[in-house]
Design a protein around this ligand. Sequence first.
Ligand SMILES: CCCCC/C=C\CCC/C=C/CC(=O)SCCNC(=O)CCNC(=O)[C@H](O)C(C)(C)COP(=O)(O)OP(=O)(O)OC[C@H]1O[C@@H](n2cnc3c(N)ncnc32)[C@H](O)[C@@H]1OP(=O)(O)O
Length: 302
Amino acid sequence: MIISFHYNIGNQGIFHNSIMFVKKALFAVPNSKSLPIGLVARFSSATGDIGVTVNDKTGVATVKLQRAPVNSLNTGFLKNIESTLDSLEKEKARGLILTSGLPKIFTAGLDILELYNCTTESLTTFWTQLQSTWLKLHATSFPSVALINGHAPGAGCQLAMSCEYRIMLGPKYTIGLNETKMGIIAPFWFVDTMIDTLGPRQAELALTSGKLFTSSEALKVGLIDEEVGSEEEGVAKAEAFLSQYATIPGTARKLTKLMIREKTISNLVKNKDKDLKNVIDLITSAQVQKGLGLYLQSLKKK
Ligand SMILES: CCCCC/C=C\CCC/C=C/CC(=O)SCCNC(=O)CCNC(=O)[C@H](O)C(C)(C)COP(=O)(O)OP(=O)(O)OC[C@H]1O[C@@H](n2cnc3c(N)ncnc32)[C@H](O)[C@@H]1OP(=O)(O)O
């Protein structure tokens, strides 16, 4: 017997900012004893799909990012990710596996179209949403694993670093904060997160060169925790990592995590406006706009 729930997460229109858990059907699946039992969800919108599957035995949610072609993070997609995290908090998820539903790309980072030819107003909306989504992911009460099943440059690396454990599919993909390569600067909270992950020495080397690490290089410096040869192996490792928390009292776990992350979190919380001003000043400058235009062209020329 399989119990299936569907929940629709609306991000625009009538379901704006809400998640509806709707018990849809109770149905028997003939000849099946081993099918996963769980909550299955999917929502679609012009700003990306997020597929959520919750295993109702373990309470672990698998969240698949899907915004073709490269899961680039625009305002709407970031908002959807935040709403999904809110819903998982509300439903008391016991763990998160954050991964991509697209082939070859975890996420290509910020949608450069949000930075190029932007207005101060549009950039403010975008950046404020990015700050808010990141704060939510960085401070989830449940344990989180990034299953990096494709490239993860820029903010893709930042999302992965905010999860508590990183498993990357090798050997073809790369991960890193590549901002300096683009002639821009990683915001201070990206830098803080990388220092928390790699330590100051390796973070400085990585950030100043805008290095994109292969999975084996990433493993060596501690940017990822495990390298796997297949997605199935990655899922099994992620589940194994999360299963250790089944016997750890949730509040003790959460408070310990927040204690360790508090400095980086409060640095952004206290300096949100300053961060926004830095971004507006830098991104709207003629020189950076020219550079972003050339970068976009180079991506399209390939
Ligand atoms: C002191 C004050 C400091 C204040 C701080 C100031 C500013 C902070 C802002 C800086 C923060 C930046 C963080 C970021 O995340 S920047 C973005 C980083 N990401 C990248 O550089 C990735 C670029 N993309 C790639 O390298 C490749 O596309 C790929 C992800 C490896 C995938 O390669 P492939 O599969 O070959 O696909 P294509 O290259 O052909 O791409 C398909 C399609 O998608 C478009 N595209 C790719 N990436 C992006 C993107 N990030 N945003 C928007 N669009 C993207 C690409 O142009 C193609 O489009 P077409 O189909 O139209 O050709």
